[in-house]
Design a protein. Structure first.
Length: 161
């Protein structure tokens, strides 16, 4: 069975060696990952986005709430940590139910000019059509929305480097 509109793939090339690209993606995440409501749960509030660098680790967003407390959101769980070539996450939107999840795989490949970073976000077929994460979009329109999100983030990574 072929599932259409289940995944999006975006890529960019960064002008640094393979190991450095992986390090920047995973250790300097908060410095290049865009801020604001489209990219972070915290929106514009002060916060930090960081990886626990190991299989089983988390991608965490920590931020200050309006009441001044610190809140931590698990954005993803690291399923594979394979420096410098691969990272696989179980991805959970903040509005996902406990059993809802997708996967984000990031691959790093050396090129003559640096490193190709390829990101694939898959598993959307398992998320119901009326889910709020879909923003009332289906099929190609939804995949274009997700592709635009990741495309903006990989552009931010490239510009940071």
């Amino acid at each position: 069975m072929t599932v259409l509109h289940d995944k999006v793939m975006v890529e960019t090339t960064v002008a640094v060696p393979l190991a450095r690209a992986f390090e920047i993606f995973t250790r300097e995440t908060d410095l290049w990952w865009r801020r604001g409501p489209r990219f972070r749960v915290a929106g514009r509030r002060p916060g930090v986005l960081e990886f626990e660098p190991r299989q089983g680790g988390k991608l965490l967003e920590k931020f200050e709430t309006a009441s001044g407390n610190t809140k931590t959101i698990v954005v993803g769980t690291v399923l594979a940590w394979e420096p410098p070539s691969r990272l696989l996450l179980e991805w959970r939107n903040v509005n996902f139910a406990p059993d809802e999840k997708t996967q984000v795989e990031v691959r790093f490949e050396a090129t003559p000019s640096g490193t190709r970073v390829t990101l694939e976000h898959r598993g959307w077929a398992a998320i119901r059509p009326d889910h709020p994460a879909r923003h009332e979009k289906q099929g190609r329109e939804f995949i274009a929305l997700i592709g635009g999100y990741w495309g903006e983030l990989l552009t931010a990574l490239r510009l940071y480097i």
